[in-house]
Design a protein around this ligand. Structure first.
Ligand SMILES: Cc1cc2nc3c(=O)[nH]c(=O)nc-3n(C[C@H](O)[C@H](O)[C@H](O)COP(=O)(O)OP(=O)(O)OC[C@H]3O[C@@H](n4cnc5c(N)ncnc54)[C@H](O)[C@@H]3O)c2cc1C
Length: 383
């Protein structure tokens, strides 16, 4: 896959891996155990410009292409899925706002998001459900002045514990609407969610909106556009980010497994000489290569604004999240009891991998969408 990268992309990928090797991998188990990311590591991501790396330079970002963004997610995902979650949601909020925000909103918020001075959170899922986004019940109502009033609740919101700015989706009558809610807004309550199976350090929270005033300056886009235009931009980049992060986790499983199989002995026989262990490693390594191509293809399609960019991101996320679950299970199997202990990173990979099949659209939602796209292509060709 490396041959598809430019020299600059290869060099940056090397830098990302070094960064993760030194600043993420040694601490990821501690963050997972303590269920929190230290401010210092988020500040480091911000300082290096990683949190705004794919945003235009004129808005305070680095202007890196999506392929490079994908490589960063892959490297971070190898180290800590929770930490990569910060990059995922920061990018979801920033890209959606950059595309559909007003000139004033872009001028005010994007440079701060790009430079990591503030952390954003993407508040779509509700206690009543996440897959069917059209059934959301968070409600905007007209107030006496120009402002709207927001009531409702959001659940499972990554970075909610420490985000300063929430991109919130709701309904105004029967039309969907999105708005920005700064953390200090009166009427917003943030309740931490602990004890998740995976992504334990990703700072999830439940948000409750009690008569929150939303001034016109904080309404994003037009009524009726939020679920059809604004959320899909965020979810598209969320899928690319998660696909590449799952690829990083898969790489972690592969690397840990081949090292273990090469060094562990069963009696006098190296573990890696056992055919059944080789089968597990063969599938993992092949999934890794296939996933790399799908992720690269999705990122390239986004860079080139190809019409198939949407389905390529779906395919990449669908494939790598499922492959990561298989690989993590097999990586634990290969290590036996040692793989079941917190001292082995594969035990964390096992818990984090399953989350990848839930976020940014579950596996079933991906199958529903992709199946529909493939059938639609055939139906159109038959007309
Ligand atoms: C660690 C973590 C981080 C998250 N971060 C965020 C975040 O930052 N922002 C945010 O808004 N949300 C976030 N979420 C929520 C996530 O997006 C939702 O969990 C997800 O969309 C699924 O919604 P649900 O959990 O309500 O499941 P449900 O929608 O209740 O689905 C339950 C099951 O039914 C299946 N199902 C549903 N509809 C169909 C269908 N039509 N056909 C076939 N099967 C179907 C699903 O695949 C799933 O298996 C996060 C979740 C987790 C676990």
């Amino acid at each position: 896959m490396q041959y598809l990268l430019t020299e600059q992309q290869k060099a940056r990928h090397g830098d990302f891996k070094t960064f993760v090797n030194q600043n993420v991998e040694p601490f990821a188990e501690k963050w997972d155990r303590e269920q929190r990311l230290p401010e210092s590591v988020i500040a480091l991501l911000a300082k290096l410009g990683y949190l705004g790396c794919s945003l235009p330079t004129q808005n305070g970002g680095h202007g890196w292409d999506t392929v490079t963004f994908g490589l960063l997610n892959e490297a971070l995902g190898r180290g800590s899925s929770s930490l990569n979650g910060v990059l995922t949601v920061q990018t979801m909020v920033s890209k959606a706002l950059l595309k559909w925000g007003s000139v004033e909103q872009i001028r005010k918020w994007i440079p701060m998001l790009a430079q990591g001075e503030i952390i954003g959170a993407f508040a779509l899922t509700e206690p009543g459900g996440g897959s069917d986004i059209h059934s959301l019940v968070t409600e905007f109502t007209d107030s006496r002045g120009d402002s709207l009033v927001l009531n409702g609740a959001k659940k499972w919101i990554s970075c909610g514990q420490f985000a300063s700015l929430f991109l919130v989706f709701g309904k105004l009558g029967d039309r969907s609407l999105a708005c920005l809610v700064p953390r200090e807004t009166p009427g917003l309550e943030v309740e931490p969610i602990h004890d998740l199976m995976g992504f334990r350090a990703a700072g999830l929270a439940k948000l409750t909106f009690n008569n929150v005033e939303v001034p016109p300056a904080n309404v994003v886009g037009k009524p009726g556009f939020a679920l059809s235009h604004i959320a899909p931009v965020g979810l598209h980049y969320g899928r690319i980010s998660t696909a590449c992060s799952a690829l990083g986790l898969l790489r972690g499983c592969f690397e840990e497994s081949v090292t273990w199989a090469a060094t562990r002995k069963i009696g006098n026989q190296p573990l890696g000489d056992i055919g059944m262990i080789r089968s597990l490693i063969a599938e993992m390594g092949t999934d890794l290569e296939a996933g790399s191509f799908l992720c690269h293809s999705a990122c390239r399609a986004a860079d080139e604004n190809l019409p198939e960019a949407f389905e390529k991101a779906l395919m990449a996320k669908y494939f790598t999240s499922r492959a990561a679950v298989r690989a993590a299970s097999d990586a634990v199997q290969i290590q036996g009891a040692a793989g079941c202990h917190a001292s082995s990173s594969v035990s964390r990979f096992y818990r984090d991998a399953k989350i990848m099949e839930i976020i940014e659209g579950t596996t079933q939602i991906h199958e529903h969408l992709l199946g529909g796209i493939f059938l639609g292509q055939v139906r159109r060709s038959l007309q």
